[in-house]
Write a protein that binds this ligand. Structure first.
Ligand SMILES: Cc1ncc(C[n+]2csc(CCOP(=O)(O)OP(=O)(O)O)c2C)c(N)n1
Length: 635
């Protein structure tokens, strides 16, 4: 009845878009009714029945679709793109497949907490072509996660028929490949869906493992109302019209004498009123009044960092890599809800040996080897966070973060702003060049993320900062990307506090004090600046190590510019669109009248990173730094 009403409202131009689930209702309703109320469901765009079966108040649901404040996203996202922990529903992002990794994370949390709960995630048949689907099913198989991967096979993905989407006869055939149970059922038969899911869920709660469940059905209307169904053969439409799940179930109940005409009429009236009342509330409200401060504040989960000093003065000499390992180990001791995930990080200790010995101390549950699937694992991090856990996801090399890119920029970064759910995930990224490792093991890619609202980025340059910022990143309930330069791992060491401590995210460090020029840099740049300045003893530079890139310390940068009037920004990343461009723009906008010379950027060449040491040396900015400093001072 809601669907019918929406079609009318659409024709009246009162709503903006509608994805109809007519013909597929038995799946959403059957699955939801078969699970316990506190078991998470991750629905797709046609699954209204999940929301109604979870008894979501109509006025709030309709307000969400209208983009008003009474909805679930303060008008920030549309249709079914929202989640609500009160109803144990995690709505989709438009990208479809990423839902599956999130479902894995929720199921993992349930398993680690021994809650004996099942998680159900919906997919269209078209969406199963995405790598995300494969990654998540595979992870669930390897980790024995109690996830029911539902595939609503409705014959089309937008206009693309199944024959152009996949070759398998039945999705049940795919189970063999993943080594898991898979079933195919009549998705238009409510009782078949309900019974199948109920029995599966009982079994999965006892013996956690994933199951693929194909529900055969048909999409009776267009992909969304505006796109029509011209490409659908008439006979096919007629064949499935006769199998309408709602009508058939109603007939069945009538025949069984469970309900009668009177009951149906009364029920219809009751629901009609509920819909009208809900719409009245939703339409009564206007679109939210924009308040920039709220829009900006809500990007992050509320959090005021309380810096933790080391309890004693005890220190020991540590290399950069030891400091990271130490911070990670002490964070694991401090937060028993922290889970580490990454390739080869368990018994092998990670390719750089940062987590060596961790499995023995913390067990395989919390120190998890992952298959090679960055997207599913970052998604799982969000799932863990939804269940109140923390996670650290290790990229084997920063270069491979491309495979988890969507989950970081669209899921981790946007979830709090969209529906108030924090994404308590740290992603560690071993980064940087200098070891002649070529274009795919040496990149600096912090700028890709620097542009994304909703992320924090830290990038330490020394062991003390490495430990303190890692602990701070893990404490922060928001997504933090932690860049660690591989060349620093074993090349520098210093005396580092042995106790647990944190450093303030967003605070730069003045490495040296001087009046001639400001060198603003981070990571390896700090070491290059020190080396080059050592060759120029007459020059007194204010060297600022940013340490945090998002947010970055505008106050310290501003103060330095006012003091020196000459600025050089140095970074290992390539020049165009790098972080230096943003800092330079900010200085021009805010400190123009203090400048005696243009702001200079010294960065890597705008090319991919070459392999041969001579070419790599030429690519990196260090060799150009000295003359750039001299030129700036001569200006
Ligand atoms: C990554 C990505 N690519 C393309 C789209 C555009 N798109 C939205 S829904 C859809 C079809 C989905 O088909 P299917 O998964 O079978 O679900 P159905 O709509 O049939 O329920 C497409 C192509 C998208 N949302 N995300």
């Amino acid at each position: 009845m809601i669907e019918e009403k929406m079609l009318i409202l659409l024709r009246q131009n009162k709503i903006s878009k509608w994805f109809s689930g007519i013909g597929q209702e038995a799946i959403a309703v059957g699955v939801t009714e078969a699970l316990s109320e506190d078991e998470y469901i991750l629905p797709m765009h046609r699954n209204l029945g999940v929301f109604t079966s979870r008894k979501m108040p109509f006025e709030k649901l309709f307000a969400q679709w209208q983009g008003t404040m009474k909805g679930y996203t303060k008008g920030r996202d549309r249709s079914f793109h929202f989640g609500t922990n009160a109803h144990h529903i995690v709505g989709m992002i438009s990208h479809l497949g990423p839902q599956n990794g999130v479902a894995d994370g929720i199921a993992l949390a349930c398993k680690l907490k021994d809650e004996k709960k099942v998680t159900a995630v919906f997919n269209g048949d078209g969406g199963t072509s995405e790598g995300d689907f494969h990654e998540a099913v595979n992870v669930a198989a390897v980790w024995d996660l109690p996830v029911i991967f539902i595939i609503e096979n409705n014959g089309y993905g937008l206009s693309t028929p199944s024959s152009e989407q996949f070759r398998c006869e039945s999705f049940a055939d795919k189970g063999v490949g993943y080594g898991i149970q898979a079933l195919s059922i009549d998705g238009n038969n409510l009782l078949e869906v309900f019974d199948t899911v109920r029995l599966l869920a009982e079994d999965l709660r006892r013996q956690p493992r994933p199951v693929l469940l194909e529900c055969r059905t048909f999409r009776m209307r267009g992909h969304e109302e505006a796109s029509g169904t011209k490409y659908v053969p008439k006979e096919l439409q007629a064949h499935w019209a006769a199998k309408d799940p709602v009508e058939n179930f109603e007939q069945f109940l009538l025949k069984q004498g469970v309900i009668n005409g009177e009951y149906i009429a009364a029920k219809r009236n009751e629901i009609k009123k509920e819909i009208e009342d809900g719409l009245a509330v939703a339409f009564d409200e206007t679109h939210p009044v924009a308040d920039t401060e709220t829009e900006v504040t809500d990007v992050f989960a509320p959090y005021v960092q309380v810096v933790v000093p080391p309890v004693s003065g005890s220190k020991s000499e540590k290399r950069f890599i030891d400091a990271i390992s130490d911070g990670l180990r002490q964070s694991m001791e401090r937060f028993d809800n922290l889970v580490l995930m990454g390739q080869d990080i368990a018994e092998y200790g990670g390719v750089f040996k940062i987590t060596e010995g961790f499995v023995n101390k913390f067990g395989k549950g919390r120190v998890r080897n992952t298959p090679i699937c960055e997207s599913a694992i970052v998604g799982a991090g969000l799932g863990l966070s939804i269940k109140g856990m923390k996670s650290m996801v290790e990229m084997q090399f920063a270069d491979f973060v491309t495979e988890g890119f969507n989950q970081i920029v669209n899921n981790l970064a946007k979830t709090h702003w969209r529906w108030g759910q924090q994404a308590d995930v740290v992603v560690r990224l071993p980064t940087g060049a200098g070891s002649a490792a070529g274009p795919f093991h040496s990149q600096s890619n912090e700028a890709w993320f620097f542009h994304t609202p909703g992320l924090k980025i830290v990038y330490p340059s020394n062991p003390t900062d490495a430990k303190g910022l890692l602990c701070a990143a893990i404490e922060d309930p928001n997504p933090v990307l932690y860049f660690e330069h591989k060349l620093l791992y074993r090349s520098i060491k210093e005396s580092v506090p042995t106790d647990y401590y944190t450093l303030k995210i967003g605070e730069a460090h003045r490495v040296s004090d001087g009046d001639d020029l400001s060198i603003i840099t981070y990571g390896m740049g700090v070491h290059w600046a020190k080396e080059v300045l050592a060759e120029l003893p007459a020059i007194r530079a204010d060297v600022i190590d940013l340490r945090s890139l998002l947010p970055w310390d505008k106050e310290m940068v501003g103060d330095s510019v006012k003091k020196t009037s000459r600025v050089l920004i140095l970074h290992e990343d390539t020049l165009t669109g790098g972080i230096g461009a943003e800092i330079s723009a900010w200085i021009t906008e805010n400190c123009f009248r203090f400048l005696d010379a243009p702001v200079i950027r010294v960065a890597s060449l705008d090319t991919p990173i070459p392999f041969a040491p001579t070419l790599e040396h030429n690519f990196l900015p260090k060799a150009r730094l000295k003359s750039a400093i001299e030129n700036l001072l001569r200006f």
